[in-house]
Design a protein. Structure first.
Length: 456
C-alpha cells in the first residue's frame, strides 16, 4: 500500500469479506453507533484505507478528524513500537515517567504563547471537557456555564449537558448536569438574529450581555463560557473574528473563564496548532484530543498555571497520559511542526477555493466554509430559502463511498472534510472530482433516477 495515493474499487460494496464483518458486528456491538455507509477497514497507510476485499478508499474523514499524520505514519509507528517494548503503563496519577513530563512541557509551550501553562492528560475528548468543567468549578467556586446551540462537547453526563447538537444524543438521559444555559452561536450563514454579517451589531454577543445576564443567569454566577472556535459536529461553522474577541471581552469583564473546546479544531487541523489562534486571542482553558496522538487515545486540558492549581486527589485518571499514547503524541507534534500544519494550510486553501468554485455550479451547495483542512460544504434545497437538504447530504456520503472517497456529515446537512493533514494536491483534486460527481449522482438518485454509480 505504501505508494498508493488514489482510491480503487474492485468489488461490489460492501464486498463479500466486508459483509461477513458487518454481519458479525451487527450481532454483537451496541446498536447506538451511527454508520452512514458500510466501510470495513482492514489496513491503512497515509490517506488510503484498504478494506478486506482489496478496495482502496481515499480518506477524507480521518477517523473523525483523528489521524492527523495519516494512517500508520512510520515515525508514529516507530515511536509506539519502541515505547511498547519499554513501558506500556504505570499510571501518571501515582507515578512519574519521562515522556509525561516531556509532552506536558511541549504542549504547555505550544499553547502558552504569553502565559505559563499546566497540562492534565486524559483519554478522550469528553474526558477533557469533563476535566475543564471541574477545573472551572474548582477555580472559580461557581457552578454555572454558558454554551452554544449547535455545539458538541461529548456524551458523558457533564459534557453532554454542554452539548446542544442533536436531541437523540440526550433523549432519555435527563436529568443532566444542571446550570448550563445555551445561547446562539455566530453562524453568519444562518444568523439566528436574522442579520447580515457586515451590517449586524453582533447581536449574538449583546444577547449574552443584555438578555442572558439580565434575565436568566447573573454573570457573577457563571464559571465559564465553553465554545468551539470552529463549531465541529454542529456543521463546521466558522464564526467571525469579532465574535471570538467579544467572548473574550465578556469573560474578562465578568471574571468568567473562557474555555476553548479544540478537540476537533485543534492540533494543527486549521494550519495553526489551535484554531483560536486565527482569532488572535487566548482562552483560559483549552481542551485537546482527536488529532493529538494520530489515533491513540489521548486528551489534554491546558490551563494557565494559576487556574490549574487544584490539590492532589481533586482530579485524576488511571489511563490518562498512557506512555505509548504520549510517545505517539510526541511524534505527532514533531510532524505537525515540521511540515503538516503548513500542508494543512496549503491544501486547505486549495480545497476551499476549488469547492467555492464548485458552489457556483451546483444549485444545492448553499455554503462552503472552513479553515485549513476543516471544511464544510452545506447542502440546501434552494439557495434563497436555504432549506436544509439532509437526505441529499446523506446520499452524497454514500455516493462518495461508492466512488472510493470517505467523508462524514456534520450538522443537519453539511458534508465535512477533515482528511489527514498529509494529503497532497493530487488527492485534493481527486476528492473534489468525486464530490462533484457524487452531488450530481445524489441529486439524480433522490429524483428516483438511480443514475449509474460506478460500482452498483
Ligand atoms: C469539539 C468536540 N468536543 C468533544 C468531543 C468528544 O470527543 P470524544 O468523542 O473523544 O469523547 C468531540 C467529538 O467529536 C468534539 O468534536
Amino acid at each position: 500500500m505504501e505508494k498508493t495515493k488514489l482510491p480503487e474499487i474492485i468489488s461490489s460494496l460492501p464486498g463479500p469479506k466486508a459483509k461477513e464483518v458487518i454481519e458479525k458486528d451487527s450481532l454483537f456491538t451496541s446498536p447506538s453507533y451511527t454508520r452512514g455507509y458500510p466501510l470495513v477497514a482492514e489496513e491503512a497507510r497515509g490517506a488510503i484505507v484498504k478494506d478486506p476485499d482489496g478496495n482502496l478508499f481515499l480518506d477524507f474523514a480521518a477517523g473523525i478528524a483523528v489521524c492527523s499524520t495519516g494512517h500508520c505514519h512510520p515515525e508514529v509507528v516507530a515511536a509506539i513500537k519502541s515505547q511498547a517494548e519499554k513501558l506500556i503503563h504505570i499510571s501518571g496519577t501515582d507515578f512519574y515517567y519521562p515522556i509525561q513530563a516531556d509532552v506536558a512541557e511541549k504542549i504547555a509551550k505550544m499553547v502558552g504563547k504569553t502565559k505559563k501553562k499546566r497540562v492534565f492528560f486524559g483519554n478522550s475528548g469528553a474526558e477533557a471537557v469533563e476535566c475543564a468543567i471541574k477545573l472551572a468549578k474548582y477555580y472559580t467556586g461557581k457552578k454555572r456555564f454558558i454554551a452554544f446551540f449547535g455545539s458538541f462537547h461529548g456524551r458523558t453526563t457533564g459534557s453532554l449537558s454542554l452539548t446542544a447538537s442533536k436531541t437523540i444524543q440526550k433523549e432519555r438521559f435527563f436529568p443532566l448536569m444542571e446550570g448550563v444555559t445555551h445561547v446562539p452561536y455566530a453562524n453568519c450563514y444562518r444568523c439566528p438574529f436574522g442579520q447580515k454579517y457586515g451590517s449586524c451589531k453582533m447581536e449574538c454577543l449583546s444577547f449574552i450581555e443584555n438578555v442572558i445576564f439580565k434575565t436568566v443567569v447573573p454573570p457573577s454566577e457563571v464559571a465559564a463560557i465553553f465554545f468551539e472556535p470552529i463549531q465541529g459536529e454542529g456543521g463546521y461553522v466558522v464564526p467571525p473574528r469579532e465574535f471570538v474577541e467579544g467572548l473574550r471581552e465578556i469573560c474578562d469583564k465578568h471574571r468568567i473563564l473562557l474555555v476553548a473546546d479544540e478537540v476537533q479544531s485543534g492540533c494543527g487541523r486549521t494550519g495553526k496548532f489551535l484554531a483560536i489562534e486565527h482569532f488572535g486571542i487566548e482562552a483560559d482553558i483549552v481542551c485537546l484530543a482527536k488529532g493529538i496522538a494520530s489515533g491513540l487515545p489521548l486528551s489534554a486540558v491546558v490551563a494557565d498555571e494559576n487556574i490549574m492549581s487544584w490539590p492532589p486527589g481533586s482530579h485524576a485518571s488511571t489511563f490518562g497520559g498512557n506512555p505509548v499514547a504520549l510517545k505517539a503524541c510526541e511524534a505527532t507534534l514533531k510532524l505537525l511542526e515540521k511540515e503538516l500544519m503548513k500542508n494543512a494550510k496549503e491544501q486547505g486553501d486549495y480545497l476551499l477555493a476549488g469547492l467555492k468554485e464548485m458552489m457556483n455550479r451546483h444549485k444545492v451547495i448553499g455554503d462552503v466554509r472552513g479553515i485549513g483542512l476543516m471544511i464544510g460544504v452545506e447542502l440546501v434545497k434552494d439557495k434563497t430559502s436555504k432549506e436544509r437538504f439532509t437526505e441529499l447530504r446523506d446520499r452524497v456520503e454514500v455516493e462518495c463511498f461508492y466512488r472510493g472517497l470517505l467523508v462524514l456529515g456534520c450538522g443537519a446537512n453539511t458534508i465535512r472534510l477533515c482528511p489527514p493533514l498529509i494529503i497532497d494536491r493530487t488527492q485534493a483534486d481527486y476528492a473534489m472530482k468525486i464530490i462533484d460527481e457524487s452531488i450530481l449522482a445524489a441529486v439524480d438518485f433522490l429524483k428516483g433516477e438511480k443514475r449509474t454509480s460506478i460500482i452498483i
